[in-house]
Design a protein around this ligand. Structure first.
Ligand SMILES: [Zn+2]
Ligand SMILES: [Zn+2]
Length: 272
């Protein structure tokens, strides 16, 4: 049984895969369920035509659920980022339908004059190490506020800026410098009965990495964290269910005995 709880469709600005492509690929790969979680980035709400895209996402997902229902569970989700940039519009989006899963994530952090997605911040040599750490500290504050206030089900791709800072720009930032801050975030996730996503989009080849990494997943487990979801964050069909088999082995080693998927905003456990 494999459930991929984080997939983008043509109703995200950065993906071209239709619901038919997602569903037929998932069936071919032996996946039991997919959650379509298109982007709602509140910083770019108007310019990315968010309201109509999310409406299309909901309608396409419902149609696919009917069409493929006998072979695949198709769940309707949303990836809502920077919810507190416009709490009212965020709330309106959440009222559009009865979602199966609401993912919360942070893509943009106001930092030293950059009012943009961190994927576009040049973290190269012009950035001093102290600035990198100051950025990460600010990012974790955004995450802390999100898991504190936002009514989400799944905290998505925690530590994602490292994909750019260490991955793209080859810096050596160690996120565990913020163990206290991360512990506080994980405790809030547990206390509010939310799930921590294990995002597999970086699991390619030998040097693959998880978001968050094994140290944070171990910390979460040791704090009593049990609810995790698997999300490929696939924007193209090849990545649907990416490395799930390998990741399950890692999760077993850490001490998890299963993972969850979400239906009507309730976590359902799949034992390993
Ligand atoms: Zn994201
Ligand atoms: Zn995503």
């Amino acid at each position: 049984m494999k459930y991929d709880c984080h997939i983008h469709s043509v109703n995200s600005v950065d993906s071209d895969q239709t619901l038919d492509m997602i569903c037929s690929t998932a069936i071919k790969k032996g996946i039991s369920g997919v959650t379509v979680t298109d982007h709602a980035d509140m910083w770019y709400y108007a310019e990315t035509d968010t309201l109509s895209r999310i409406k299309s996402s909901i309608s396409d997902t419902c149609k696919a659920a009917e069409k493929y229902g006998d072979r695949l569970s198709v769940f309707c989700g949303i990836e809502l980022s920077e919810y507190d940039y416009d709490p009212q519009k965020s709330a309106e989006l959440l009222e559009l339908t009865e979602y199966d899963a609401v993912l919360g994530s942070v893509h943009c952090v106001e930092f030293e004059g950059f009012h943009d997605a961190y994927s576009r911040i040049p973290f190269g040599p012009d950035f001093k190490d102290e600035e990198i750490y100051a950025f990460l500290e600010e990012y974790l504050l955004y995450i802390n506020r999100m898991v504190d206030k936002f009514d989400l089900d799944i905290a998505a791709h925690l530590t994602c800026p490292l994909r750019y800072i260490n991955g793209k720009y080859g810096r050596n930032a160690d996120i565990m410098k913020f163990t206290d801050e991360i512990t506080e975030i994980l405790r809030k996730i547990i206390k509010r009965d939310m799930a921590l996503e294990v995002n597999t989009s970086g699991m390619k080849g030998q040097n693959g990495y998880l978001m968050p990494d094994e140290r944070i997943l171990s910390l979460y487990r040791s704090l009593g964290g049990e609810k995790i979801t698997l999300g490929s964050d696939a924007h193209i069909t090849q990545n649907i269910g990416n490395s799930f088999k390998r990741v399950v082995e890692i999760l077993k080693r850490i001490g998890f005995n299963g993972y969850y998927y979400y239906k009507k905003r309730k976590g359902i456990k799949i034992n390993f």
